[in-house]
Design a protein around this ligand. Structure first.
Ligand SMILES: Cc1ncc(COP(=O)(O)O)c(C=O)c1O
Length: 341
């Protein structure tokens, strides 16, 4: 890390296989830009994906507080919840996962991430979509319950997306700067493109890019939102950056114009796939032997293709697509995926 960042970097526990590798893709040779992929789906097996980079900092704080239980929340197939439960088990802590589902009285079958949550012994608390609005209070109530039983809880917000978690992607941006050293230049700019779900990955990447002065090296950052909309993420990412600034005085001074959110690709809604998105996942498997997930990376990759069809120059000479994992989500609805086979 750059010295200034190094001095301010909070304690981290090593949980991920880092640095992750990157490689060119054969896919889309007529799209305009060249496609390169950063394999954050290779950060681990049980803990695979982007969440573990954030958890390296969050779990270090949990350890420093001598937590016995880690409590977090997410959608029923939450990758973040699964990664948290495994990170907790690896460090000798218990986990409580508050998961959103259609009918909490009839929890979903143990498929995909849920199967892993159950295998690792996470305590699952099922809540309805309407109760989800109250998740901050529910997290606090679970923490109180753990405390009353003599435990020491550590609460992690949805997606691990807070100022501390965003350090995972400040650090990842340092890796990307190195990866793109011979690829991006002011004459041949590259865009690091990522799937945006709760904003923590985006906040870290945007802060990292600013702190390392990457715009001057032709490296930009853009997120394809897979839920909500551009306005929502400008605020969510801006808020995480402001919190990080207040806590560590980084000097990144992220402004709304630093945050590029590529809206219009949510499709049928969060975690709902259109056949054309699934066909894109299938095609990338067949051209490059790389598998994306339907909820995040598949949607973002499909959105990227739609943008490039409209404007081949939108992302510069190279798209550095960040594969943030999520593979277990593919096994949550095999019948849907099988429609494109
Ligand atoms: C596989 C995958 N990719 C991308 C994201 C989005 O990351 P973030 O929540 O930091 O915006 C998530 C989680 O939300 C995820 O599980």
């Amino acid at each position: 890390m750059d010295d200034r960042l190094h001095d301010r970097e909070p304690p981290r526990v090593s949980l991920a296989n880092l640095p992750t590798r990157g490689h060119w893709l054969r896919y889309g040779d007529k799209l305009g830009p060249r496609l390169w992929m950063k394999r954050d789906d290779h950060t681990g097996a049980e803990v695979m994906g982007n969440k573990i980079r954030k958890l390296e900092y969050l779990m270090a704080e949990a350890q420093a507080q001598e937590a016995t239980h880690v409590i977090t929340c997410g959608g029923e197939q939450s990758n973040h919840a699964r990664a948290t439960a495994f990170a907790a088990a690896q460090l000798g802590m218990a986990s409580v996962l508050i998961l959103r589902t259609d009918d909490p009285a009839r929890p979903p079958a143990p498929t995909g991430n849920i199967l892993l949550d159950r295998l690792v012994g996470a305590e699952l608390v099922w809540i309805s979509r309407s109760a989800w609005r109250d998740r901050t209070r529910l997290l606090a109530a679970e923490a109180e319950r753990v405390r009353a039983a003599g435990g020491r809880p550590y609460v992690i917000p949805e997606g691990g997306s807070n100022a501390l978690g965003s350090w995972g992607y400040i650090r990842a941006m340092r890796e990307l700067a190195e990866d793109l050293r011979d690829i991006a230049s002011p004459e041949r700019p590259a865009t690091v493109l990522y799937a945006c779900g709760s904003g923590g990955t985006g906040a870290g990447l945007v802060m990292g890019a600013k702190l390392l002065g990457l715009a001057g090296r032709g490296i930009r950052v853009a997120g394809v939102n897979v839920c909500d909309d551009r306005a929502y993420f400008l605020e969510a990412i801006g808020k995480i950056c402001a919190e990080a600034e207040a806590r560590w005085q980084l000097g990144a001074n992220v402004a709304p114009e630093d945050i590029d959110i590529v809206d219009g690709h949510v499709g049928l809604g969060y975690a709902r796939s259109r056949p054309e998105e699934l066909a894109t996942i299938r095609d990338l498997c067949r051209s490059d032997g790389v598998v994306l997930d339907p909820v995040y990376t598949g949607k973002a990759f499909h959105g990227m293709l739609a943008e490039l069809r409209r404007d081949p120059a939108r992302f510069g000479a190279t798209v550095a697509f960040l594969h943030t994992g999520g593979l277990f989500g593919l096994f949550a609805s095999p019948e849907t995926v099988a429609q494109v086979l």
